[in-house]
Every structure is written in structure tokens, then in C-alpha cells.
Design a protein around this ligand. Structure first.
Ligand code: ADP
Ligand code: ASP
Ligand code: MG
Length: 418
């Protein structure tokens, strides 16, 4: 039997009527002759609620119990989805991660897949089951503890199952009808793309476009999974939504294909750090050990005189998620106390956002950065930090200008026009 993976996100299973609606989409594929693996998220808002319960019960929570609690949201929807399908006379059953088993590392709340053995689910398909409903976002560690994959992780569960079971396609049903040139909730001019290359989607996701979890795109690219994003609220057919695919399957060739943003960033600057070989390692080692996800880094020559003689110093700026500022500060202060680094001052700016333009066309086009900076200048948006790679340019700016910057860049690069 050909096999499809269908994933339904939180808003697509937000209540019983929507679960029924999703189930009828699954039934249609079964009627077309597919066996289906359905991956479900928790009902919309549920995971946030569970996270809040954990934090209120134990601010410095045990990560294993955090995972045990937050994974439960998906268990409820998996069971309900199986019931809804059974009500439609579709032979279905639910599977929690440990029952499959979805074996992961024991990095709680950021676990990665180790193996997904097919035997249990295949045996049930062989007995006539048509749909395996699997709880997304979760797995089980070698120690036998429940793990989770990080927020948005059900996308990754879906792609991993598509790869493990050789699915014809992995359909991600969500509350938008595809991948857009930018978040349609930020810009009314955002345009739906029929296709997008894995690499571009990977950049957009990692730069903040939460329509797909970054890791899911990585896996899809590695295992050549045909990945599609489409609406769970509209009538859809084989041509609906956006297909994430190889670069050479794409006709449209724009230099820039999307604009992404990440709202909750912070910028931290260590002023007048003693400059010597190994200083970057001495700063970023402790940050990594404290679990701070450092993103952009800028180092500038600085000046300092001590006891009448000038000494070599540098200013080191980095960005990280705003939620990790406390952790980063502590790591730096501890390193200073321990004599690992010397600096005069630590400056925090917690009101910044990152805006990025992405496109594989940038590889062969010069001048994209200049165009981007001109567009921001025309809106009087000051750039605080810049980072570039082969196919993206990111800037850190004041958060209050984020929407304005996204819209200006979307216009400048003509993304509203096909
Ligand atoms: P789900 O609950 O189905 O996993 P998410 O909320 O995680 O859905 O992802 C869908 C959301 O991603 C959309 O509602 C949209 O606001 C946001 N989004 C951000 N960037 C984009 C983009 N470029 N294209 C489409 N959606 C985007
Ligand atoms: N329910 C989880 C979350 O909200 C996983 C997911 O929906 O993909 O992050
Ligand atoms: Mg999601």
C-alpha cells in the first residue's frame, strides 16, 4: 500500500469539531487507497498551559518531569483522533511515543531521534489497520524516560515517520494554506509560494518562520522527503499548499524569496575585554556550557589605557533569545569572578528583533545587502548588528520597527509579485 504521513498542528485539532474535520481529511486519503500515519499536536494553547503549570510548580524544574508533563497534550489528541476515525468506520488506533517506540536521545526538551522501528506499526497495518495515529513531539530515552523534541516538534516527528516508513509525501496541515514570502500575519502583501527549496525553507525556519520546525526541514532535506504545507481549514487537492523540494524542481527564480523575523532577541555587549588569543573561546565556552544559544557575534577593536600605558582590548557583542539573558549574564559574571575573562562592563539590550532576507539567488547576485540596507535607511531603521551567509542577510534592529522593516523589505525585493 502507498503510505502518506499527515500532520495536524495545534489549531487544526483545537476542539472536537476540528479533530473531526481533520479525521475526514484522513478518511479521504484512505478512500483513495493510502495507508496513513497521522501525527498530531496538542490542542492549540495546551502545551503553553502545561509549560506554565510546570513553571508554577517548580521554577527550577527537573527536565525529565517537564517532558513527562508537556508530552501529555499530544496523548489526548492522539486518542481523540483515533476515536473520531473509528466513528467514521476507519480502522485506526493511537500510539504514544514510547509505544512505537520513538527512541530518542535523553536531551530533555531538545531530544533527537535515534531510531523509529517500524515493526509494531507495520504489524498492525498488516492486520488491516488503515491509520496509525501517533502523538507528535515526544519520544522515549534509553533510560526509559519520556522526552520531547522542542517547541514545534510535531513537524519533525512527521518528517521522521515519512522517512522511516518511506511515505510518498509528508503533508503538514496547519492554519495557513502554505509557505508565504513572509508571515501573512505581519504583511497583507505576503504571497503564497507554490514551491520552495529545502535550503531556503531551512534558512527561513531557523530565522524565525515558525511554519515548520527547523529540524523537520533538515530531516526532509537529508532523507529527500517530499514535504508539503497546506491548510486544514480549506478544501485541498494534490496541488494545494506549498511543496518543499529540491532547488532544480523550482521554476521561479527570485534573488530573494522570503523575509523572516524573530521577535524576542537580545543583544549583549562586553565592553573592553582583554584581547588575547583564546578570548573568544573563554567567553563563548561558558555561554555554551550554560545553554545559551548565541546567534550573531561581532568583535570590534576598542581602546583602553591603564596606568598610563595602552592595552589591547576588544568589545564583544553577541545576540541570544531574550529569555536567556539572565543565564548569559550569570555565565559572564561567573567567568569574570573565576578570572577566566576580564571586561569593564556588560551592556544588555533586550528590545531588539532580527529581520532576515533569504534566497538561493543571492549566491550569484551581488548588491543584495546594499539594497537591504538602503531600504531600512529609507525607513529610518537603525541597524545594530549584521550577519550574512551564502543565502541570507540578517540584521538586528529595535523591536518596535520589526513589522515596518519586514514590510519595507518585502516591498523592496518585489516579493508580492510573482
Ligand atoms: P501549527 O500549530 O499548525 O504547527 P504554527 O503556528 O506552528 O502552526 O505555524 C503556522 C504559523 O506560522 C502561521 O499561522 C503563520 O503565522 C506563521 N508563519 C511565519 N512565517 C510564515 C511564512 N513564511 N509562511 C507561512 N506561515 C508563516
Ligand atoms: N505541541 C507542541 C508545541 O506546541 C509541539 C507542536 O505542536 O509541534 O510546541
Ligand atoms: Mg508548528
Amino acid at each position: 500500500m502507498p503510505l502518506l504521513v499527515m500532520k495536524f498542528g495545534g489549531t487544526s485539532v483545537a476542539d472536537l469539531a476540528r479533530i473531526k474535520n481533520a479525521a475526514s481529511k484522513v478518511r479521504r486519503e484512505v478512500e483513495r487507497g493510502y495507508d496513513v500515519i497521522v501525527i498530531v499536536s496538542a490542542m492549540s494553547g495546551k502545551t503553553n498551559e502545561l509549560v506554565a503549570w510546570v513553571e508554577q510548580t517548580s521554577p527550577l524544574f527537573d527536565a525529565r518531569e517537564y517532558d513527562a508533563v508537556v508530552a501529555s497534550g499530544e496523548n489526548v489528541t492522539a486518542g481523540l483522533m483515533a476515536l473520531a476515525l473509528q466513528e467514521m468506520d476507519v480502522p485506526a488506533r493511537s500510539w504514544q511515543g514510547w509505544q512505537v517506540p520513538i527512541n530518542t536521545t535523553s536531551a530533555h526538551s531538545a531530544a533527537r531521534f535515534v531510531t523509529i522501528p517500524r515493526d509494531n506499526i507495520d504489524a498492525k497495518f498488516a492486520e488491516g489497520m488503515k491509520v496509525a495515529v501517533v502523538a507528535g513531539f515526544q519520544g522515549v530515552s534509553a533510560e526509559g524516560r519520556i522526552t520531547t523534541l522542542g517547541r514545534g516538534g510535531s513537524d519533525t516527528t512527521a518528517v521522521a515517520f515519512a522517512a522511516a516508513f518511506g511515505a510518498e509525501r509528508c503533508d503538514i496541515y496547519t492554519d495557513v494554506d502554505g509557505v508565504y514570502t513572509t508571515d501573512p500575519r505581519i504583511s497583507a502583501k505576503a504571497r503564497k509560494l507554490d514551491r520552495i527549496a529545502y535550503e531556503e525553507m531551512l534558512e527561513l525556519a531557523s530565522l524565525g518562520a515558525k511554519v515548520l520546525q527547523t529540524r523537520s526541514v533538515e530531516l526532509a532535506m537529508r532523507y529527500k522527503v517530499r514535504l508539503r504545507v497546506l491548510s486544514s481549514f480549506e478544501e485541498t487537492d494534490e496541488n494545494s499548499g506549498t511543496l518543499v523540494c529540491d532547488e532544480d524542481e523550482i521554476m521561479e527564480s527570485k534573488v530573494v524569496s522570503g523575509v523572516a523575523y524573530s521577535r524576542d532577541e537580545a543583544k549583549m555587549t562586553l565592553l573592553r575585554v582583554e584581547d588575547r588569543p583564546g578570548i573568544a573561546a573563554a567567553i563563548f565556552g561558558p555561554l555554551a556550557d550554560s545553554g545559551v544559544n548565541v546567534d550573531m557575534i561581532v568583535q570590534n577593536i576598542s581602546e583602553k589605557t591603564e596606568d598610563g600605558k595602552s592595552i589591547a582590548v576588544t568589545d564583544m557583542t553577541f545576540s541570544c533569545p531574550v529569555t536567556q539573558v539572565g543565564r548569559a549574564r550569570k555565565a559572564m559574571e561567573d567567568a569574570r569572578k573565576a578570572g577566566i575573562i576580564r571586561y569593564d562592563e556588560l551592556i544588555e539590550d533586550t528590545d531588539v528583533a532580527k529581520v532576515s532576507v533569504v534566497g538561493i539567488g543571492m549566491r550569484s547576485h551581488a548588491g543584495v545587502a546594499a539594497t537591504m540596507f538602503k531600504a531600512l535607511a529609507a525607513e529610518n531603521v537603525n541597524i545594530k548588528v549584521i550577519a550574512t551567509s551564502e543565502i541570507k542577510i540578517s540584521v538586528l534592529i529595535d523591536r518596535k520597527y520589526m513589522e515596518l522593516a519586514v514590510q519595507a523589505l518585502h516591498d523592496t525585493f518585489g516579493l508580492d509579485k510573482a
